[in-house]
Ligand binder design. Structure first.
Ligand SMILES: [Zn+2]
Length: 401
């Protein structure tokens, strides 16, 4: 058949790491900013791409700039619902048939009760996209299996004044409390709002995540929130090994019960180990990588995002550890992270990986399927197995045609 890019585009795909506030349409951001009176540096898509959503970023702060604008317009539940709908619709057109959308409700709204409403709004948007597609099953959208989804609740590793009304209020009310304890309270409130949305309103919040500033704010500080998630059978993932070394991944899997890792890019980076008690650094990263592989902890790899935010990769996929992850036998799911901020799609990310790693057809097939196997699926185990089987059968059929 076809080129690798065409083959990838035509198969059903699973997107496990996708941020609501980083994946809205630029045109929607402009429209919502006009409606809400939010100031943007430009009110046309080309202008925004020139000064905010670039192809290359010179620093992490430049990369993060766009989130300030998207979060500013997402404080409105209708805007949240619309963005979720459009994200899923765009993904469906790219052949995505399972998607987990993550966001930090505390960045967008002012109270825990409103966080629950935000989960419901995301669910309403995703459900509308799923229903629209699944009823028509438009063959021009590629893959034939139905579209399903889940939602992931993100807590923030760190926050400060100006990051939203919720955080400002918490910092005011608890001004006499130690920052570490305030962070702990916020992540506990995040997980509890996710559980309320799931248990009282039937929203498929499938997992709890930790995002934001990694250096100086260890995942272990949030262990109580992860315990709460674990105790209530909510699945867990942690952004780790993106802006900090392998010890961050170690902490995520040993202290936060992480069943998946967001990025994990520094997993082999023994030179970034800080703890002086770790004397054999090579043995440490080897043991960690083998543990992640053995425990089938899926690593959510987002190639373009990594190249834009991790200076050591020098914007070159040849420097990315994804090939080594696959050689270790790890479960790797390729993801987009932020389609708006990184100007990408899941097909694009998979193509980039397939080409950089010189994947054989069978390896590529396994890589696509790993996205489905690693899903924190909302239904029963039997239903997940049936869904993964349908995806596997269709992937097989397309690869063999
Ligand atoms: Zn992310």
């Amino acid at each position: 058949m076809s080129t690798v890019a065409e083959l990838i585009k035509s198969v059903p795909k699973s997107e496990l790491h996708s941020h609501l506030d980083g994946s809205m349409r630029a045109s929607t951001l402009i429209e919502l900013a006009r409606e809400q009176g939010v100031e943007l540096p430009s009110y046309d898509v080309a202008g925004l791409n020139e000064c905010v959503f670039k192809d290359q970023y010179s620093s992490l702060s430049e990369y993060l700039l766009g989130f300030g604008y998207t979060c500013a317009v997402l404080g409105d539940f209708e805007a949240i619902e619309r963005t979720a709908f459009e994200m899923a619709t765009d993904a469906i057109l790219d052949g995505v048939r399972y998607m987990e959308v993550r966001f930090s409700p505390q960045l967008l709204v002012s109270s825990s009760a409103e966080c629950v409403t935000a989960f419901r709004a995301v669910n309403a948007g995703l459900m509308q996209a799923a229903t629209t597609f699944n009823q028509s099953r438009d063959v021009s959208c590629g893959a034939k299996i139905p579209f399903e989804y889940g939602i992931i609740c993100c807590a923030m590793r760190n926050f400060f004044r100006g990051m939203g009304v919720y955080f400002d209020t918490l910092l005011d009310v608890l001004s006499a409390t130690k920052k570490r304890d305030i962070i702990n309270i916020a992540s506990m409130e995040a997980v509890r709002s996710a559980l309320t949305a799931r248990d009282n309103f039937g929203v498929p919040v499938v997992a709890f995540d930790l995002a934001g500033e990694e250096d100086g704010y260890p995942a272990g500080h949030h262990y109580s929130a992860y315990d709460e998630a674990h105790a209530n059978f909510m699945r867990t993932t942690v952004h780790a090994g993106e802006a900090y070394g392998p010890e961050s991944i170690y902490e995520a899997v040993t202290k936060c019960h992480a069943e998946r890792i967001g990025h994990g890019t520094s997993i082999f980076d023994s030179g970034r180990i800080i703890d002086p008690l770790i004397t054999d650094k090579e043995a440490y990263v080897d043991a960690l990588a083998n543990y992640v592989a053995t425990m089938r902890i899926t690593v959510e790899v987002c190639p373009t995002s990594n190249m834009q935010t991790i200076p050591d990769l020098k914007g070159n996929m040849d420097n990315h550890p994804v090939r080594k992850m696959l050689d270790y036998g790890m479960s790797v799911a390729i993801c987009t992270d932020n389609t708006l901020v990184s100007h990408t799609s899941l097909s694009n990310e998979l193509t980039l990986t397939a080409e950089a790693c010189h994947l054989e057809k069978e390896q590529l097939k396994r890589l696509v399927l790993a996205g489905f196997k690693g899903a924190f699926y909302h239904g029963s185990y039997a239903q997940k197995r049936a869904f993964v089987k349908r995806a596997a059968d269709e992937i097989d059929e397309i690869f063999n045609s």
